[in-house]
Design a protein around this ligand. Structure first.
Ligand SMILES: C[S@@+](CC[C@H](N)C(=O)[O-])C[C@H]1O[C@@H](n2cnc3c(N)ncnc32)[C@H](O)[C@@H]1O
Length: 263
């Protein structure tokens, strides 16, 4: 009964208690959402084609996109916001050993799990709530990325705060790999930028595609040789519309009060 009631809640599956997001939940969700995850040491990056290939087993398209973006952009440092069990960080660290990796997550249990599964991440992870006011203790990185994090944030104006913080934390690039129906990411980012909520003086919003078919939103301080995103339709292209998610995305966008309008 309690379970049924929980499932009927409007925001079921979002903004939920990440402390209860333990190994069982994590594995179930990974199977459903980002399956399969290639094991360490199975992957290689080909700089010529800019693609990541798996020697054994499949690589999930989202994971492939993240790794390919890192390989192509070659940032000196990378930070993952909402790194969860640390799979992406550990894989990227083994594939690109010259790059410095850090990760933050608001769940202490997530970070414990990450270190248990990937002891090499110890000393590179920290507790971080990206919806808090910007913190100067957060590690800066040339590339900051998220995968399946902002799509879950729907409390008040928190996702605007998170976007603004992520851009400020990033020195060159931001990569978002999310469900693009959960927020109007392109419109919200453009509005934040135009109304003075983003730290970067110049902003280009690009679409980046992985060789496995996944799509990402890539923000950069300078224009890149990639398709420019002007509307959310361009990044939702091909998705089966989810009326519930799209309505909630619009509700989220409407919650923002931007800039400083003269009274
Ligand atoms: C669906 S999991 C994705 C984990 C990881 N990015 C991956 O792809 O495997 C979402 C993660 O975001 C984290 N998270 C949620 N809200 C957050 C916030 N406000 N600040 C930092 N991390 C957050 C959760 O604790 C959880 O580990």
């Amino acid at each position: 009964m309690k379970h049924l009631f929980y499932r009927r809640r409007k925001f079921f599956d979002d903004d939920f208690d990440w402390d209860t997001y333990g190994q069982g939940t994590s594995e179930r969700r990974l199977k459903r959402a980002v399956r399969p995850m290639a094991a360490l040491g199975q992957l290689s990056f080909d700089p010529e084609s800019g693609t990541v290939q798996s020697g054994a087993g499949e690589v999930h398209p989202n994971q492939q996109l993240i790794l390919e973006a890192i390989g192509k952009l070659q940032p000196a440092t990378v930070h993952e916001v909402g790194c969860g069990g640390g799979t992406h960080l550990a894989t990227a660290k083994s594939l690109f050993p010259a790059i410095g990796f850090t990760g933050g997550d608001r769940g202490a249990g997530q970070l414990e799990l990450a270190i248990e599964q990937h002891p090499e991440l110890k000393g590179h992870l920290g507790l971080q709530d990206v919806t808090m006011p910007f913190c100067h203790q957060w590690p800066r990185a040339e590339l900051v990325f998220t995968q399946a994090v902002l799509m879950h944030i729907h409390t008040a104006v928190s996702h605007f705060v998170a976007l603004s913080n992520i851009v400020r934390q990033a020195q060159k690039f931001v990569l978002l790999v999310e469900n693009y129906q959960c927020h109007n990411f392109v419109r919200d980012i453009e509005t934040l930028y135009e109304t003075g909520h983003l730290a970067w003086e110049h902003l280009s919003i690009h679409r980046i595609d992985g060789s496995g078919g996944a799509r990402g939103i890539l923000l950069s301080k300078t224009p890149l040789d990639l398709p420019v995103l002007r509307t959310d339709l361009q990044i939702r292209d091909g998705d089966e519309p989810s009326i519930r998610r799209l309505m909630r995305a619009d509700e989220g966008s409407l919650r923002g009060l931007f800039g400083f309008d003269p009274a």
